[in-house]
Design a protein around this ligand. Structure first.
Ligand code: NAI
Ligand code: MG
Length: 357
């Protein structure tokens, strides 16, 4: 029987609450399935660790994660530590060395949940956003000079490499091909950004010639926000740069009901290193400690983790349990307009799992 090694990194704020909930659900999943075990090791990295040790995780943190089969991550960010230190010190320090270059973000309107868009139901909104996760605007290139002087200057250089763009395009075309509609939208901004984004477009066109069975189109990112809002049914699989997809996926989550529902997988597709699964939301200072964080995004991320581990039946069973719970409005947390607590939702998903035949 496979025994998967899972590294759990709850991080900060509601990350701790939703990962605790997610680990309960995963344990129930393994018990219900009976065909695999999960050996979970917790890592107390994040802003508390930073305050004690001056770094968000040990310098060899990403090395320590390499032997694991998957990483289950909460969120990072604290009100009293600058966001660029927390994000770069933990989340990006894991994604980059483990070459998790494909960030996959499915969005659907789950049963029982209403979109804020008038007249839009589940059949109109079923997307997967693929985010380039290793370079682009978040490559970390740039610097600051003449600090504090009137001539102070800062640069933030976006990096687009042929290898980096080509691999994410191939990943996105493959994913689009695996879905029934075989439809890919390439998001760009090549009217204003005339170097990196034009290379992005050129490579999209080159790669597309290897996928004659996939229909594809190109959208400028600003117009894409309009299309997502006014014509969601015209979209299926979407590929965008690190920055563009970061923004568009928060919009997508809101259009599907709440950011608390949205999952993500940071994949190392060639499986040289472990992949990382996390809700897309942050540490949510405003609701930390209240016990009302929506754990559904974290549970759905566990579904993606089980799929990646090859446990398709368990993944489907967990998704059914999630959908049974979202169907019941009395089990909606406040972000969905309800009054349920994290704990009530977690217990309901565990119960639905055990009751699933
Ligand atoms: P956020 O996602 O933490 O919160 C935005 C809003 O959504 C808040 O009103 C929050 O209460 C609500 N929300 C988020 N998740 C929720 C959930 N599961 N259930 C119910 N409501 C939920 O984004 P914000 O406020 O911009 O950032 C807070 C901190 O999180 C910052 O330090 C930021 O850098 C960090 N962050 C970390 C991310 C990560 O670790 N992947 C992603 C986004 C932000
Ligand atoms: Mg984001």
């Amino acid at each position: 029987m496979p025994n998967y090694r899972i590294a759990a990194i709850p991080g900060d704020g509601i990350g701790k609450e939703v990962i605790a909930a997610g680990l309960r659900v995963l344990a129930a999943c393994a018990a219900r399935d009976g065909g695999f075990d999960l050996a979970v090791e917790q890592f107390g990295w994040g802003s508390d660790y930073y305050k004690a040790h001056g770094e968000m995780m040990p310098a060899n943190g990403s090395e320590l994660l390499k032997p694991f089969d998957a990483i289950y991550f909460g969120a990072v960010g604290a009100p009293d530590v600058p966001d660029h230190l927390t994000l770069w010190g933990l989340r990006l320090s894991i994604c980059q060395p483990l070459d998790q270059y494909a960030n996959v973000r499915p969005t659907r309107i789950l049963p029982g949940i209403a979109s804020p868009l008038r007249g839009v139901t589940a059949k109109d909104l079923d997307w997967v956003i693929v985010r380039e996760n290793s370079e682009g605007e978040y490559a970390g290139q740039g610097g600051r000079s003449h600090r504090g002087l009137p001539e102070e200057v800062a640069t933030e250089v976006a990096i687009f490499t042929r290898a980096g763009v080509e691999r994410i395009m191939r990943f996105a075309f493959d994913l689009a091909r695996s879905r029934p509609r075989k439809l890919l939208t390439v998001v760009t901004k090549s009217n204003a950004q005339r170097h990196g984004m034009v290379l992005w477009d050129d490579i999209a066109r080159e790669v597309a010639s290897d996928y004659p069975d996939v229909a594809w189109d190109k959208m400028l990112v600003d117009a894409m926000t309009v299309r997502m809002t006014l014509n969601p049914a015209s979209l299926d699989t979407i590929v965008a740069t690190n920055l563009h997809a970061d923004i568009l996926s928060d919009l997508a989550a809101a259009l599907a009901g709440s950011i608390g529902i949205a999952p993500t997988a940071n994949l190392n597709p060639d499986r040289r290193f472990p992949s990382m699964f996390e809700p897309i939301h942050g540490s949510a200072f405003d609701i930390t400690g209240k016990g009302i964080a929506n754990p559904i995004g974290t549970f759905w991320s566990a579904v993606m983790m089980l799929e990646h581990l090859g446990e398709a039946a368990a993944a489907q069973r967990l998704m059914r349990a999630i959908e049974r719970v979202t169907s019941d409005a009395s089990l909606h947390t406040p972000d969905l307009g309800g009054t349920a607590t994290t704990n009530q939702v977690t217990e309901a998903v565990c119960a639905a799992l055990l009751g699933d035949n």
